[in-house]
Design a binder for this molecule. Structure first.
Ligand SMILES: C[S@@+](CC[C@H](N)C(=O)[O-])C[C@H]1O[C@@H](n2cnc3c(N)ncnc32)[C@H](O)[C@@H]1O
Length: 511
């Protein structure tokens, strides 16, 4: 296949994890067959991230392209100065992200018209639709939030039906293949007492029935389990559609439903992802990032006061932990001196990172680390972070539950001890893969405590991005909270690349 031969229509694109993964696929001829034609995203900061990345992909191989991009990353030139240096590519990047944030369901006439145009100009060459309708309404957290809303009616929550926007685009574009991603909760979500998943599956197999647009039918494959009958794929268990990202080299337990739709007239059967034998750990992917200190959220912040506070906490934590662990007295919790809170610094040698990931993360990496800035924490939380990180080391990799915290470290929460907040504070264990990075990381860092008590802090956006396998030169635009949301929402690009290869192999077998 030639470079750009496969037109990609990217819906609900977020910061572009899926798009990044497929765009990076290279075939045996050294070509990159996937070319994003349009990415639709409604949230302005994610849209800005998408445009910056689309632009990067268009210029990094041009003369002065990478240098100019790095000048922007280093803060030496503004984004508009960068775009002015490559006006044609800037225009193409803006067109790729449709010039502005757009909302599926509200801006359909423009979106659909553009998709029709792209499809028509692409002729008979292959097309794919990627993306996932947002997951808040299906996710377990979203469902428990909804449960707290008086008079909440799932059947009135439009977000349950956003997948129908996806169906409309499939009907219009009639792609050879679609890749639809969603949270695990989609398998069990109910609307008006009806379990939604069988209906969603049925609708995806025959989108025209719902959209009333004449449309081909689709077979829906799992990417991890072989179908009982490849001509009419069925699976014994809906969980067969579930992908455990940690099995595919992602340093994170991210379990997502990913459906691979193949147009009915295509007789070839797609392959499945190849699990890796080794698991990637948190430490392998973040240990080389510059050490940082956290800050204070409710009082004036400076390094000396922070060191004093963390030292004081260290003494207290050791005393508390001596009652629980023999080795507590020997644990060194002394804060690292003179740490910055953000680092425009080069990364250290990625000594622990496996070679294939060094290539993945560090390819065309900038000199300085992007989006690597710590948050401020309350004094009481700093103490809990120290306790949690130290406990995790002493226990050999178990982050403490609420019940493990000494009473005087317990937050003033009525339900701290009821079990619902058992994981209110969670240290990401150095030598395991992390728990799921969700957009909740934007709210506070309590679920994402760094394993190093000497830094006593939660993870930065860049560390979360590493857990999500974004390359180091992937810039998240917007403020820090928006950056965290974008990272938490994304499909890990490293996984998306593997999915892209399955699609690329399938499409390259078709005449
Ligand atoms: C789970 S994220 C998608 C992640 C993305 N597929 C990736 O690979 O990084 C869902 C995104 O859909 C966006 N979104 C939600 N409703 C939308 C709508 N009606 N139209 C366009 N975008 C929407 C959200 O802002 C969010 O960024």
């Amino acid at each position: 296949m030639e470079t750009g031969e496969i037109l990609v229509i990217d819906l609900f694109a977020g910061p572009g994890g899926l798009g990044e993964g497929v765009s990076s696929c290279v075939n045996e001829n050294g070509n990159k067959p996937f070319q994003i034609g349009i990415s639709i995203e409604k949230e302005p900061s994610a849209h800005r991230t998408l445009t910056t990345r689309a632009f990067y992909r268009k210029i990094y191989e041009l003369e002065n392209g990478l240098d100019s991009y790095n000048s922007y990353l280093n803060g030496n030139i503004t984004r508009s100065e960068l775009f002015k240096r490559f006006p044609k590519q800037a225009q193409e990047a803006k067109q790729e992200t449709f010039f502005a944030p757009h909302t599926l369901g509200e801006d359909n006439s423009d979106i659909h018209a553009r998709i029709r145009e792209l499809v028509a100009s692409h002729g008979t060459r292959p097309k794919v639709v990627i993306g996932g309708p947002p997951c808040q309404a299906y996710s377990l957290a979203g469902r428990s939030r909804n449960a707290g809303i008086v008079d909440y009616k799932a059947e009135k929550d439009d977000r349950h039906f956003l997948y129908k926007e996806y169906l409309k685009v499939i009907s219009i574009a009639q792609p050879d293949v679609f890749v639809m991603e969603n949270v695990q909760g989609i398998l069990s979500a109910k609307v008006g007492g009806e379990v939604m998943f069988p209906r969603i599956l049925k609708d995806l197999k025959a989108p025209g029935r719902v959209t009333k647009i004449s449309s081909p039918k689709y077979k829906v494959f799992s990417l991890v389990v072989n179908a009982d009958d490849p001509t009419n794929p069925t699976y014994a268990d809906p969980k067969d559609y579930l992908i455990r990202s940690e099995d595919y080299g992602v340093p994170q337990a991210r379990h997502r439903v990913i459906l691979l739709g193949v147009r009915e007239d295509i007789e070839r059967v797609p392959g499945t992802l190849l699990p890796r034998e080794d698991k990637t750990t948190v430490e392998q992917v973040i240990a080389d990032l510059p050490a940082l200190r956290s800050g204070f959220s409710k009082r004036e912040d400076n390094a000396k006061d922070w060191e004093r506070e963390v030292s004081k906490n260290a003494t207290r934590v050791k005393k508390l932990l001596r009652k629980q662990f023999d080795g507590a007295a020997d644990l060194d919790l002394t804060p690292i001196k003179n740490l910055p809170r953000s680092a425009a610094l080069p990364v250290n040698e990625p000594l622990l990172m496996p070679e294939h990931l060094v290539e993945w993360y560090r390819n065309n990496a900038p000199m300085c680390v992007l989006n690597h800035e710590t948050r401020g924490h309350m004094d009481s939380d700093l103490l809990r972070y120290a306790y949690s990180a130290a406990f995790t080391i002493l226990s050999g990799g178990i982050s403490p539950k609420a019940r493990d915290f000494p009473a005087d470290l317990a937050p003033a929460h009525d339900n701290w001890n009821t079990g619902t907040h058992a994981d209110r504070f969670r240290t990401q264990v150095a030598n395991k893969y992390s728990t799921t990075v969700t957009s909740h990381i934007s709210k506070d860092g309590h679920y994402f405590i760094h394993y190093d008590p000497k830094q006593c802090r939660s993870l930065t956006v860049r560390e979360a991005a590493r857990l999500q396998t974004f390359p180091d030169n992937y810039l998240f635009e917007g403020n820090r909270t928006q950056q965290y949301v974008q990272v938490g929402n994304a499909v890990p690009p490293y996984l998306a690349q593997q999915i892209g290869k399955v699609v690329m192999d399938l499409l390259s077998q078709i005449e």
